[in-house]
Design a protein around this ligand. Structure first.
Ligand code: AMP
Ligand code: ZN
Length: 114
């Protein structure tokens, strides 16, 4: 997708603050962090929202979580804990329409969210 911000990062046209990368997944720091650690974990393949997921994407989504687990360890938040979430569409608060798993931690997080 040429007009997608996160696809431009995957293509190298925009350089994120990358914390992890492999063939299928990219993880980088959120530009407007809401927590001391705030990393976005994305599939390199463009998928707009969780509504667009298909059965064949199951393994890829699992890999996002495995990368989040690894980055949490790297960032020192695995033991105290953290939150992972994917926003979907307007009511979910999605602003960038390329699926991204938020990895948030570094302080106690409130629940429920607003
Ligand atoms: P969401 O609201 O779930 O779609 O989250 C989009 C996230 O992308 C927000 O937390 C933004 O701060 C973040 N974001 C937007 N532009 C950039 C960028 N250029 N680099 C890193 N993070 C970004
Ligand atoms: Zn994209």
């Amino acid at each position: 997708m040429t007009d997608c911000l996160f696809c431009k990062m995957v293509a190298g046209d925009i350089k994120p603050d990358t914390v992890y990368e492999n063939d299928e997944v990219l993880a980088f720091r959120d530009i407007n962090p809401q927590t001391p650690v705030h990393v976005l974990v994305i599939p390199k393949r463009h998928i707009a929202t969780t509504n667009d997921l298909e059965a064949g994407d199951a393994e890829l989504i699992g890999k996002l979580y495995l990368v989040a687990k690894q980055v949490a360890e790297q960032e020192g938040i695995a033991e105290p804990g953290y939150r992972t979430l994917i926003n979907c569409n307007r009511d979910g608060g999605q602003a960038v329409y390329h699926i991204h798993l938020h990895l948030m931690g570094g302080r106690p997080l409130g629940w429920p969210p607003g």
